[in-house]
Design a protein around this ligand. Structure first.
Ligand SMILES: [Zn+2]
Length: 300
């Protein structure tokens, strides 16, 4: 795993000419110091740069940005895993890489239909507590995708992917029917909603870190985010914490699992999906697109 710092350097065009020239010279010098002098162009006033954290070059650059923030900022640190690391992980956080499908947040109901929410919700905080009917979407939005997320974080599968999961007899999931929001249309595809039925015990925290915890006094639901706010000296940046589970949790894991924790704002808080290495390989072997997976760490 490599931690990659994403930094933007540049100069403001809104300053007096003399100051712009000074900033330009400083940016040219900074690029030279990190071995990227080739990228300097007096007509290009910003530079997106990736530098590995834990290298000699980043610390001096950050010291300059701390004293002169107008020259640039650290937007975030990404964790990048090698293929081998991903293939060795027993469990992975999994999810669609697109969120293309509007659903019941918006009104997909024909005239005269009684609006009936997809979920039974807490009357105080509005968080979804239980799905009470089939999901209704505009199926045309799925396009040629294998997998997509709805605006309310439900996972929609193409017919082919749904069948694949069924044929392989994977555990921890059910496939729910997906209804089209209007009359049937020629070539309307069969789609499925992935309903994950197994819920894991809590994560190991620490080392997993959380922030922005909110608890509803009525339903008891706690929403949170993985800790992502960090400071490099005076510079605030974003880096998502990794997810850790106790190793003994492997005894109760299924192929598909929901986390016990719900993430996001309380009204849309949803669990993450955790898959086994078996599911990861199966999806890769069958060239299923539109998803990504990140290793979960197991601790004793
Ligand atoms: Zn509530």
């Amino acid at each position: 795993m490599k931690r990659i710092a994403l930094i933007t350097l540049g100069w403001s065009l809104a300053k007096p000419t003399k100051e712009v020239e000074q900033d330009k010279a400083q940016i040219a010098e900074l690029l030279r110091r990190i071995g990227m002098e080739d990228r300097f162009n007096p007509d290009t006033h910003y530079y997106d740069i990736e530098l590995e954290v834990d290298t000699e070059t980043l610390t001096p650059l950050m010291s300059v940005l701390e004293t002169k923030p107008s020259l640039g900022y650290l937007s975030r640190v990404d964790r990048r895993y090698t293929r081998q690391e991903t293939e060795l992980a027993e469990l992975l956080i999994w999810g669609p890489t697109n969120q293309a499908i509007e659903d019941d947040y918006y009104d997909f109901f024909a005239e005269g239909d009684e609006h009936k929410d997809l979920y039974r919700r807490c009357s105080a905080c509005g968080t979804p507590l239980q799905q009470v009917r089939d999901i209704v979407i505009n199926k045309a939005r799925m396009g040629k995708r294998d997998i997509s997320l709805t605006y309310s974080y439900e996972v929609i599968l193409s017919e082919q992917v749904g069948r694949l999961l069924q044929e392989q007899d994977l555990s921890g999931l059910e496939l729910r029917p997906v209804q089209h929001y209007r009359k049937p249309y020629p070539g309307e595809p069969t789609l499925y909603q992935l309903a994950v039925t197994n819920v894991l015990p809590p994560m190991a925290a620490p080392p997993t870190g959380f922030e922005q915890l909110h608890e509803c006094a009525v339903c008891g639901r706690i929403s949170r985010f993985l800790k992502h706010t960090h400071w490099w000296g005076k510079i605030q940046y974003r880096e998502d914490t990794a997810v850790y589970y106790p190793r003994r949790m492997l005894e109760v894991v299924k192929d598909f699992n929901h986390t016990a924790e719900h993430f996001g704002e309380l009204r849309v808080a949803h669990p993450y999906v955790i898959i086994t290495q078996r599911v990861y390989r199966l999806l890769r072997e069958h060239k299923v697109k539109n998803w990504a997976a990140v290793p979960v760490y197991l601790v004793d």
